[in-house]
Design a protein around this ligand. Structure first.
Ligand code: URA
Length: 197
């Protein structure tokens, strides 16, 4: 079976998933974007407002900034990357449905096997952990920091499979808080990522 077909089947399963309360309030489940045959898998945190509306990852302001960075180093988002998130539904609280929040641990537990399956299907040469939630969740290290591990490729074991991985600052962080130096080094990190595409 092709990777496309395997992922399509998994997407259909995710469409029927209501394991978390946020699933019952989603507009669209956000499965992935990009190329199932890409050599690089890019993992963000969770859908926000725009992603929930369109059913695609990284299409809001953070996604637009990500696109700018990718273009600067010559990475083609549709061809060179397969993009997914830790969660497939937008995490908000019922009393504040317009305010994004970080994924809760039970939500990650409910959702993570779908992501493992996506990664196992794509079989990337490199996984890009974009932002703290992605880095902490997939390394299983609660206190690990992007600033301490960024800049080099390390081994990551997921669900019994070994991969190369690298962590980068999340575009939302780059937009709101990052220093010029952090923005500059992110471009350097993306140049390193480009050597894997
Ligand atoms: N932030 C993420 O981490 N993922 C998205 O899809 C959008 C914003």
């Amino acid at each position: 079976m092709t990777k496309e077909k395997q992922l399509e089947d998994l997407k259909n399963i995710c469409e029927k998933c209501y394991a978390c309360e946020i699933g019952s309030r989603r507009d669209k489940m956000v499965f992935s974007a990009g190329n199932p045959n890409a050599k690089v898998v890019f993992i963000g945190e969770a859908p926000g407002k725009d992603e929930n509306a369109q059913g695609l990852p990284f299409v809001g302001r953070a996604g637009q900034l990500l696109n700018t960075y990718l273009e600067k180093v010559g990475i083609n988002r549709e061809k060179d990357l397969y993009i997914a998130n830790i969660l497939k539904c937008r995490p908000t609280n019922p009393d504040r449905p317009n305010k994004d929040r970080v994924p809760a641990t039970p939500e990650i537990k409910n959702c993570i096997d779908y992501l493992y399956k996506q990664i196992e299907t794509v079989q990337p040469n490199l996984i890009v952990l974009c932002g703290g939630t992605s880095l902490k969740t997939l390394t299983g290290k609660k206190t690990i920091q992007i600033s301490k591990v960024r800049g080099s490729v390390f081994e990551l074991e997921l669900n019994g499979h070994k991969y190369n991985a690298i962590a980068i600052y999340h575009p939302s962080y780059l937009m709101q808080y990052a220093s010029q130096e952090q923005k500059d080094i992110t471009l350097e990190d993306l140049k390193l990522i480009k050597t894997y595409v």
